[in-house]
Write a protein that binds this ligand. Structure first.
Ligand code: SAM
Length: 281
């Protein structure tokens, strides 16, 4: 089943949280003069047009990146991500939004590599087009990212950041995330891994997080952002979360500033909140 198209959601509150933290993680990795791989198991199309097509339909970006666009008081780490999006929109109008591969790629150094997986027959060629300028720095695979990750670990430079960002269209995605990470840690225990997940009124996301906390890893960080009260009919996504294995130690301190900022900036009602917890290594 491949009905999910990320373009409908491009630039929304969940993308803001995920892409800002992704940009930050890469900046932390860049502090060390040693190459690494950026692995994206569910890469999407790479770049999205906000003012036309799917993204314009529900205009979810108006509750996300648009709310940060003109802010003059952004904390430094958020400002860096917003500046990157603005740099893609040279005339100042909000037209293009980067997917995770294009959040990562401009921050990578010449010696760092991208390994991207995407299964969708329409989004894969778009990803190829949007990453063309990366040339040999990026290797794109039209295939299953869960299985593909196995084949890459451990990465040649023995340093990597992996984003696991499935659509969760199918319930089994939650268990596949846990199984993939359990296997990944046996192959490469010191990698940084980030999982994105939706906040829903269903048990699967909560159970997945409980299982992720049991993985044999030195440290983890869990951050989530709720933008509105859960709906009374029990449906819909009221926020999103990130679970990071082997996080850089300064990230927790950074999120103590940026999460309350995002809660206030992206709140749709008084139910907006955030959660931040970690097990330090
Ligand atoms: N990471 C992207 C970003 O932040 O810009 C968004 C990814 S979107 C949430 C999930 C993507 O995974 C969709 O483009 C979907 O087509 C793709 N997909 C679904 N199942 C997959 C699988 N098993 N392996 C690789 N890609 C898959």
């Amino acid at each position: 089943m491949l009905s999910y198209r990320h373009a409908f959601h491009a630039g929304n509150h969940a993308d803001v949280l995920k892409h800002y933290v992704l940009a930050s993680l890469i900046d932390y990795l860049n502090q060390k003069d040693k190459p690494y791989w950026y692995i994206d198991t569910h890469a999407g199309a790479g770049c999205y047009q906000l003012d036309a097509g799917y993204a314009a339909k529900n205009a979810e970006y108006t509750g996300g990146i648009a709310r940060l666009w003109d802010r003059k008081d952004l904390p430094a780490a958020l400002a860096s991500y917003v500046e990157q999006v603005k740099a893609m929109n040279a005339d100042g109008a909000m037209r293009l939004y980067p997917g995770s591969p294009l959040v990562a790629q401009p921050r990578l150094r010449a010696e760092d590599k991208l390994r991207l997986f995407e299964l969708h027959p329409t989004d894969f060629p778009l990803l190829e087009e949007n990453l063309a300028s990366a040339g040999r720095q990026a290797k794109l695979v039209k295939g299953d990212g869960f299985a593909g990750l196995k084949s890459l670990l451990p990465p040649a430079p023995r340093r990597a950041l992996t984003l696991i960002d499935p659509p969760y269209e199918e319930k089994k995605d939650y268990q596949r995330v846990v199984d993939t990470l359990a296997d990944g840690l046996t192959r490469f225990a010191t990698g940084v891994y980030m999982v994105w997940y939706p906040l829903l009124q269903r048990s699967e996301p909560r159970l997945m997080i409980e299982q992720l906390k049991q993985l044999p890893v030195k440290g983890w960080l869990h951050a989530s952002l709720t933008v509105h009260k859960p709906r009374s009919d029990g449906f819909g996504m009221h926020g999103s979360g990130l679970f990071i294995l082997n996080p850089p130690w300064l990230l927790h301190e950074e999120l103590q500033t940026t999460l309350p900022y995002l809660r206030d900036a992206l709140a749709l009602d008084a139910g907006a909140s955030y959660q931040l917890e970690q097990q330090a290594s």
